[in-house]
Design a protein around this ligand. Structure first.
Ligand SMILES: [Zn+2]
Length: 158
C-alpha cells in the first residue's frame, strides 16, 4: 500500500487542465493503485490524478466499500440527464461541504487499466462522483460550483 500526498485547494496544480494518458504503462497502473489506496485511507469516494500531483486524465471512484472500484482513464461524458441538488465535499478541501446542483444521471466512457474501452452509467451519488472527478481533470473544483460552503460540523445533524 502506497499513500500519496493529497494536494489541497490552494495548490495551483488543481487549477490546471490535465493531459490525456497517451500510453497505459505499469507506471500508470501503479499510480491508479496508489490513488485507490489514498482514497480509501482518506475515507473519500473519489480521487482524481491531479489531486496527487499527476496532471493526467484519470480518476478512481468507489462510493460503497462493498461495491465496485471504478478506474477511468481519459474519460468522456457521453450523456447527462435530470438534476440533483445535494451536499458535496472533496479530499482537497478537507473539512468542508457545499451544495452543488448536478445532473442526476451520467453515461461516461473511457479506458480501463488494460486499455480496454469501458462505459459506465451512474445516478445520484455515483453520477455526482463521476462528474466531480471529471471536473478535476479540467482544473475545476466543486467550490467553484457550490453554494453554502461551510465547515462540516460532526454535530450538525443532532
Ligand atoms: Zn474533489
Amino acid at each position: 500500500m502506497a499513500l500519496r500526498k493529497i494536494l489541497t485547494e490552494e495548490d495551483e496544480t488543481l487549477r490546471k487542465v490535465c493531459r490525456p494518458v497517451t500510453e497505459i504503462t505499469d507506471r500508470i497502473r501503479s499510480i491508479l493503485d496508489d490513488m485507490a489506496d489514498t482514497m480509501h485511507d482518506a475515507g473519500g469516494v473519489g480521487l482524481a490524478a491531479p489531486q496527487v500531483g499527476i496532471l493526467r486524465r484519470m480518476f478512481v471512484v468507489q462510493i460503497d466499500p462493498e461495491g465496485p472500484l471504478y478506474e477511468l482513464i481519459n474519460p468522456q461524458i457521453m450523456e447527462t440527464d435530470g438534476e440533483q441538488c445535494g451536499e458535496e465535499g472533496c479530499l482537497s478541501v478537507p473539512g468542508y461541504v457545499g451544495t452543488v446542483t448536478r445532473p442526476n444521471y451520467v453515461k461516461i466512457k473511457g479506458l480501463d487499466r488494460n486499455g480496454n474501452s469501458v462505459e459506465y452509467e451512474g445516478t445520484e451519488l455515483l453520477a455526482r462522483a463521476f462528474l466531480h472527478e471529471n471536473d478535476h481533470l479540467d482544473g475545476i473544483l466543486y467550490t467553484q460550483k457550490a453554494t453554502d460552503i461551510h465547515y462540516a460540523d460532526q454535530d450538525e445533524e443532532q
